[in-house]
Ligand binder design. Structure first.
Ligand SMILES: [Zn+2]
Ligand SMILES: [Zn+2]
Length: 238
């Protein structure tokens, strides 16, 4: 794909001092996209056709439900269900029955709507925009001295987004630029992991019978911080 610079959101993520700028931006984008598919735009024929053809992954169906627009969801889901019923009817015709060792076994054709749960319209748009954001981080790091300094003080990426961010950096920067970028990325992530490791040790230390001090809020925050770093907070996990 051809990447585009999206400097404003990337700077905003940088200012927010997030554990991972891509997780921070993915959460924001997901809310925007969910709102989009529950809004008036979904009534336009083009979008309606897309929704009816693709539907949503289980995670995003639940996100749509959680967005608090039951009327928008009802309108969209009812047209989608009409398509689903037609698809199920034609899938049923394609089912073949064979004799298995324990009786009859049904086999369905592959790649149809009923077994597509891996990605969806929202996943796809998230992936596209996040690619531009990861590209922008790499580009700003290389071209903008102020951003580079800020990045060196940041917490880098979560480990879920690390391979994604590195892959885009490697594909879009020169060899020398990428070496410098990768060194900074690994450096900030290691420093953040070391800090989280210390906080976890302090937290677990408070459960020792010899411990005297109270368990502070920052100690309690150590475990969710560790999980956010290790797994990210972007449920689609790009
Ligand atoms: Zn992340
Ligand atoms: Zn999805």
């Amino acid at each position: 794909m051809k990447y585009e610079l999206e400097t404003i959101p990337v700077w905003e993520a940088c200012e927010a001092d997030a554990a991972c700028p891509l997780c921070f931006l993915a959460e924001r984008l997901e809310k925007q996209y969910v709102k989009f598919y529950l809004g008036d735009s979904v009534m336009t024929p083009e979008i309606r056709v897309q929704v009816n053809r693709r539907g949503f992954c289980p995670h995003h169906w639940h996100a749509l439900l959680g967005a608090g627009n039951k009327l928008g969801l009802a309108l969209m889901a009812s047209t989608y269900i009409e398509t689903v019923r037609e698809t199920l009817a034609s899938e049923q015709k394609k089912l073949t029955v064979r004799k298995g060792p324990t009786g009859k076994v049904f086999e369905s054709s592959q790649g149809t709507m009923i077994d597509r749960t891996e990605d969806c319209l929202i996943c796809e748009r998230l992936q596209y925009t996040l690619s531009n954001y990861a590209y922008t981080v790499a580009r700003l790091f290389t071209d903008d001295r102020i951003f580079r300094d800020r990045f060196q003080e940041s917490r880098g990426f979560c480990l879920s987004h690390l391979p994604f961010a590195l892959r885009i950096g490697r594909n879009t920067l020169s060899g020398a630029e990428f070496s410098r970028y990768a060194a900074a990325v690994f450096g900030v992530i290691d420093r953040d992991l070391a800090g989280i490791h210390d906080d976890l040790a302090q937290f677990t230390g408070q459960f020792d019978y010899r411990a005297t001090g109270p368990v502070t809020e920052s100690m309690k925050a150590a475990t969710p911080r560790a999980v956010a770093k290790l797994a990210g907070t972007d449920p689609t996990g790009h």
